[in-house]
Ligand binder design. Structure first.
Ligand code: MSP
Length: 593
């Protein structure tokens, strides 16, 4: 069913524009809706998270990867609500030497370890509201079929050959390293040990006959792809970094290991003595999910956005596109890259004992609170540091005080005794401030607020597109502050509903603030789904009025009817976001020491 925005039903234009005089210049304002589902219309979009290793329990870094993908995906669903238009996959990466060794040292069969940890990821993601449509495990039969088929295509196209491969191998990172990327460090027993420069993980010398992929043939095609698609890898510094890497020679890549050494994986078709390299196996998950090798995958590929951490950029931006080109397919449309979370200035690691458990955080700060924190504070371009006090401070100030306080101020019985969305008075707040003077009550700052909130949905959409979700939340938070300033300035609690002079202006102040809150609630849905639902329900906004295509801010100001005016507010359901009060903050500190 095609849903038509209210204004189109009324025969009005999708995005209303009015001219406002402010200061000396004339400016154009829009009502804030993203309007027609124009550019993206009903095209399909497929979002993916990396699939997670099952050698250890999930930590907040893993949750962050999944949350970024979830927020992008939920934002897209607000623009294109058809469930058939968006797909979102996540899952677990269960093969390889790393898992084989982790299972052995835990005294478990690999399948036992995989079942246990994969279930932990699924549980965590469900609890955190990750709205995936597919969860894949690389140990599933459908995946083995896809990987072996993909292998067969590369083989048939002459891109695999057998040869002697010699070099450093890092089991933790599951990759070969050139000599220049290896350094020597003192190990636990005081001996000097070779480690990866990037990750610091131990490496060992490997010499084997393997199947090798002709990666070197793809250097120029990859350069052409990246130069022709400047948005392929976002944010830009990562795009630039990959082009820099491609300035150097691109050696061929070993894509199998001896089965006697690595038995936990998918066998090379027709050669049981070799197991397929875990990264080739893992990357193909993105195709397995959409039905590869059956032709149905073509309706989702390459309309794909991969969300990944910076540590796995080389695999996604060089190996994967080269493998795809080799198999006669296009590289993915977008690769969104994020940086890492550190804890009190240090890398998170089991050996340092500083791994932050995401479940504890979700319990302590609520699902919406912790989602908001990670997405508001996580900056894709550089690493972010985690500590508990930061969470308490941010959530108390932005969700409890600023947003919750604003909602409370506009809906509380003593200010809004009728419990309705009051009328907007165009005489008190005309769209042409040229008519300033009584009975006009709006001031220059109020026009600035209207302008800021009207342009917010577009700004937010641009930030999502540039993978700067924290900037979207920063802009939103600044508008919340501005709205609180507006309410403070006009002090509706000092105005009297009984006075014929005050009442229209009092209604207008509340109407504008509620309209701002409606925009905030709508835009917060991808980040804090339950809190946004609570907010919108309190405003009386129905489920069909929450999309971005329907988001027409303050229509009365622009001369259009407002469907909310006079409507009963939703039931009062308590504080929007209770403060994480002093005692809880104290408990948090106690927990850390
Ligand atoms: N299994 C591979 C991915 C294969 S995708 C075809 C892998 N798994 S992982 O479990 O190690 O990492 C999964 C994701 O978590 C990656 O995007 C990685 O960057 C991210 N993070 C791991 N530690 C992180 C932080 N400390 N902070 C933020 N994200 C982090 O790599």
């Amino acid at each position: 069913m095609v849903r038509i925005p209210v204004f189109r039903l009324l025969g009005l234009t999708g995005v209303s524009r009015v001219s406002l005089l402010e200061g000396s210049g004339s400016r154009h304002y829009s009502s804030g809706s993203l309007g027609a589902r124009d550019a993206i219309c009903d095209a399909r979009a497929y979002f993916t998270t990396p699939i997670f290793y099952v050698n250890a329990a999930p930590h907040i870094g893993h949750l962050y990867s999944a949350l970024l993908a979830d927020a992008l995906c939920r934002h897209r669903r607000l623009r294109v609500p058809s469930p058939a238009a968006t797909r979102f996959s996540t899952g677990t990466d269960e093969h390889g030497l790393k898992i084989q060794q982790a299972a052995a040292s835990a005294g478990l069969a690999p399948t036992e370890l995989c079942d246990r940890v994969s279930a932990q990821f699924q549980q965590l993601f469900q609890e955190a509201g990750i709205s995936f449509t597919d969860f894949i495990r690389t140990t599933e039969a459908r995946h083995r079929v896809a990987v072996q088929h993909f292998w067969g295509v590369l083989k048939a196209r002459g891109l695999l050959y057998k040869g002697l491969y010699e070099g450093w191998y890092c089991a933790s990172d599951e990759c070969f390293l050139p000599e220049a990327r290896v350094t020597w460090q003192l190990g636990p027993s005081g001996d000097s040990c070779p480690v990866s420069v990037e990750s610091g993980h131990p490496v060992s010398w490997t010499k084997e006959e393997n199947y090798i992929f002709r990666l070197s043939q793809f250097r120029e095609p990859l350069q052409r792809w990246l130069r022709g698609n400047p948005q392929a890898i976002t944010p830009e510094p990562f795009h630039h970094a990959v082009l820099q890497w491609l300035e150097d020679e691109l050696p061929d890549l070993s894509v199998s290991r001896r089965s006697s050494h690595l038995h936990w994986g998918i066998p090379v078709p027709g050669d049981d003595s070799q197991t397929i390299y875990v990264w080739l196996d893992a990357l193909v998950n993105y195709l397995t999910v959409i039905g590869y090798p059956s032709a149905e995958f073509k309706s989702w590929w390459p309309a794909t956005s991969h969300i990944i951490g910076k540590d796995i950029l080389k695999f996604h931006a060089i190996y994967w596109p080269a493998l795809l080109l080799g198999a006669g397919m296009s590289p993915p449309h977008r690769i969104y890259v994020h940086s890492h979370w550190t804890v009190c200035g240090q890398k998170m690691s089991k050996s340092l004992g500083n791994v932050v458990d995401p479940k504890t955080c979700l319990d302590r700060y609520t699902v919406d609170g912790f989602r908001y924190f990670l997405l508001r504070q996580g900056v894709p371009n550089w690493d972010c540091d985690y500590y508990d006090e930061k969470v308490v401070k941010l959530l108390d100030s932005e969700l409890a005080d600023a947003l919750g306080g604003l909602l409370n101020r506009c809906t509380a019985n003593r200010i809004n005794p009728s419990g309705t969305y009051p009328s907007f008075c165009t005489t008190c707040f005309p769209s042409e401030p040229g008519l300033l003077g009584p009975p006009v009550r709006a001031q220059a700052e109020d026009y600035a607020l209207v302008s800021a909130v009207a342009t917010l949905p577009k700004q937010v959409a641009d930030h999502y597109d540039n993978f700067q979700i924290y900037k979207a939340l920063e802009a939103l938070s600044s508008c919340v502050r501005q709205t609180n300033g507006f309410v403070q300035r006009h002090a509706p609690w000092k105005l009297n509903w009984e006075s014929p002079v005050d009442a229209p202006w009092l209604g207008t102040v509340l109407h504008v603030a509620l309209e701002c809150l409606r925009v905030f609630g709508t835009l917060l849905q991808p980040v804090t789904p339950s809190l946004a639902d609570k907010l919108l329900s309190r405003l009386g906004v129905s489920a069909t009025e929450r999309g971005l295509g329907e988001l027409y801010f303050l229509p009365r100001f622009y001369g259009h009817p407002c469907p909310f005016e006079g409507r009963k507010l939703g039931p009062e359901t308590g504080l929007l976001f209770p403060r994480l009060d002093q005692s809880r903050a104290w408990l948090v500190k106690a927990h850390r020491t």
